[in-house]
Write a protein that binds this ligand. Structure first.
Ligand SMILES: Nc1ncnc2c1ncn2[C@@H]1O[C@H](COP(=O)(O)OP(=O)(O)O)[C@@H](O)[C@H]1O
Ligand SMILES: [Mg+2]
Length: 356
């Protein structure tokens, strides 16, 4: 576990210059830095053994396929792509051989095509010593699932036109949002969430590297909050450290993560199961929203509590879960949080009423 850390990619945790909206503890209003780290090579990427071993084996081969890296957020997809090109070309040659485009860049298909065209048009240049430097360039399209179907379709052609001199690495969370003709041209690799020991080890490694201490129970809490998402673990740790310094307490982690208090959701479900008046439920929803809990978090908790509630029969549970999935989709599409929460609870309430 562990391995080298890329200094240039370290994030500065500078309190003075931070524009963070988090309040700072008075005693901490001094400038100091703490860092988070991104593994530099394929060996240091945790928990994705099969993926990294296969990629490692393909390094050095001039027949490297196009790649599609997919899986939940914070599991090392971008890190793997960057480590891979670094191993292929070394840090210097990477500048000339790798084009990285992510969702925040202008990605209209015209722009993408032009960028790729200009990039592919320049000759590949000499290999560097110590790195295989195969005779092609690499285009990394991060967050490819946020590209429209039309843009993806247009990319097919671009891929074909330049396939002799370029390889594409597509990165996405939802592989189902990548159109089949693109996906079928790539070797697909699925990244798993980081669970249990792997998460613990990695957090501990980062804490040692950064000189951050964790109070009793904080490690477990951080892993629980992160739910397999290493980026979430790192940013939560960063924020908690910024807020209260070292050692990082369990309560601070909970505060900064905005984790929903179990009691709030239990009370909401209770009101539904007992068939409380509409006004009561609306009031509770308003309170929860005012408390600033993100609706998606509330729903995830609600799902947990609902599944474990013995008063609700299995049939009702399954119908409510289908509803929760629909609401989750609506929220991802930008629906109003309060309305969605109300509609969910209204549904649960109605479903419970039918059985009582
Ligand atoms: N498998 C992993 N091993 C080690 N660190 C990881 C791993 N996955 C994620 N990380 C850490 O989490 C951060 C975000 O990872 P990233 O590769 O950007 O995730 P994503 O899968 O969303 O592209 C990185 O800076 C890295 O330090
Ligand atoms: Mg990424």
């Amino acid at each position: 576990m562990g391995g080298e850390i890329v200094r240039s990619e370290r994030i500065e945790w500078n309190l003075k210059s931070s524009s963070s909206c988090l309040p700072l503890a008075g005693s901490l209003c001094v400038s100091f830095t703490c860092h988070c780290s991104r593994p530099r090579n394929l060996e240091s990427i945790a928990a994705q053994g099969e993926v990294t071993a296969t990629l490692k084996a393909s390094i050095g081969s001039t027949t490297m396929p196009h790649l599609l890296l997919h899986g939940p957020p914070g599991t090392g997809k971008t890190t793997t792509a960057l480590a891979m090109v670094r191993e292929l070309f070394g840090p210097e040659l990477s500048k000339a051989r790798v084009l990285e485009l992510n969702a925040s860049d202008e990605r209209g298909i015209g722009v993408v095509r032009n960028k790729i065209k200009n990039f592919a048009a320049v000759a590949v240049g000499r290999p560097v010593e110590g790195h295989p430097s195969p005779p092609f360039k690499v285009v990394i399209l991060d967050e490819a699932d946020s590209m429209t179907k039309d843009a993806q379709n247009a990319l097919r052609r671009t891929m074909e036109t330049y396939s002799r001199v370029t390889r594409f690495i597509f990165i996405c969370n939802y592989v189902s949002r990548i159109i089949e003709p693109l996906a079928s041209r790539c070797a697909k690799f699925r990244f798993k969430s980081l669970q249990g020991d792997v998460m613990y080890d990695r957090i501990q490694y980062i804490c040692v590297e950064e000189g951050v201490e964790l109070a009793d129970g904080s490690l477990g809490m951080l892993a629980k909050i992160a739910q397999g998402d290493m980026r979430k673990a790192i940013t939560t740790l960063q924020s908690a450290f910024r807020l209260k310094g070292s050692p990082v307490e369990k309560e601070t982690l909970l505060d900064v993560a905005g984790t929903v208090d179990d009691a709030v959701v239990v009370a909401l479900l209770d009101a539904c199961v007992k068939g409380e008046a509409f006004a009561t439920v609306t009031g509770m929803v308003e309170e929860a929203v005012m408390a600033g809990y993100p609706c998606q978090e509330l729903l995830i908790k609600l799902q947990e509590v609902l599944i474990n509630d013995d008063r609700v029969p299995d049939g009702v549970k399954s119908r409510c879960l289908v509803r929760l999935a629909t609401v989750d989709r609506c929220l991802s599409d930008g629906a109003d949080e309060q309305l969605q929460l109300l509609s969910t609870l209204g549904y649960v309430s109605g479903a419970c009423l039918k059985i009582s």
